[in-house]
Design a protein around this ligand. Sequence first.
Ligand code: ZN
Length: 408
Amino acid sequence: MMMKLTISKVTSRARLGVVTSLGQNGEKKLEVPGCLLYTKTASPPHLTHDTLQTIEGVPPVAHVTLATLAEHQEVLEEYKEGVGKFAGLSDTVLYCSVNDPVTPSPSGYNTNKKALKVDWFQCLSDGEVMPQGFTRKRAKKSVDRSLGYLDECLQLLAENEDLKQKVVIGAIEGGDLLEERLRSARETSKRPVGGFLLDGFQEISMSRETKLQIISSVTAELPEDKPRLIHGVGRPDEVLDCIECGVDLFDSSFPYEVTERGCALSFDHHFQPDPETAGGHQSPDRAPVSYVLDKDEIDNDDRNGEEEIKKEDPEIDRSKITSYEICLKEERFREDFRPLLPGCTCYCCRNHTRAYVHHLLASKELLAGILLMIHNFQQYFSFFRSVREALRDGKLEVLKQMIRRQTS
Ligand SMILES: [Zn+2]
């Protein structure tokens, strides 16, 4: 049984749909545009199975990275039941990518995938980044080599009973050279892959316009009925850009990175869904809340924000903080008894305050990471739900403007 993507609506290049026949048991489905559940060695960071259950909208596909699993290979071979069961995620579909979007590592891992027993895996590819940019020759070589790996990989699957059910995700390489990217897309499409990974876009330094133009041209070459993934693109504005270029699936390393810097996602993505079509899809947490910050809060945030810049806290790395989050390490939250994001229905926001999380961060309590991860994952998953609702209701432009206003 091959996984299948059914597209229900296309708005310019953005696709609304659902991937079915996922994994071995087949009943799970993954809505697109969407994201995968980011994990470290097959566990969502900071969370136990129980705390993960408190989060709404958890994607049914967990993303494990070969880079974080390589050192456990012997143990997994010995264990024999696969990494999913090993990490307590046996009811989850597992997708294994080569590199970790958070800590890019050099290619060259050659782990025995049989021991991992994942459902989808990214074929090993040659997407090594050239700091000085790609030469034509290097880009051509990366495409040729990746196609070679893919053919070997597909042959291995065809010959091996245990691997027959697996889905191979073909990587599209070619650096910043459009011509090579297109060749990679066309050649990979000819092969029996289950989906495509647009690889290497996070590391290559090119202008936003060039990047989006290449992504758009590449997706135009790909078959309609297979999902397109990208890694390392996580900011809401960049996610929306990619969706508009025909990308379907993202990882959720962004909310993890936000958590690691002691921040909470605080952006508003709740555009007004169309009440007529929204009916059955509304979840109980949606209707009664207002995400509009009151005027007091805005004034307060602005004023304090200016002060904050003057007295730099060495604990806070401002270079990474985006305009979609608040940094709870900041002194201004010491006596702020509001939830992380007013209106959020996550476990953390229902039970705790900004002041409490600030206190946990200041005293380096591990609970800080747990609570922030719960909030950030839930907000991020719910952002993707907003994107799907916007596509369904023809309001993608409204959502885009809303996100743009919060981008700095
Ligand atoms: Zn929350």
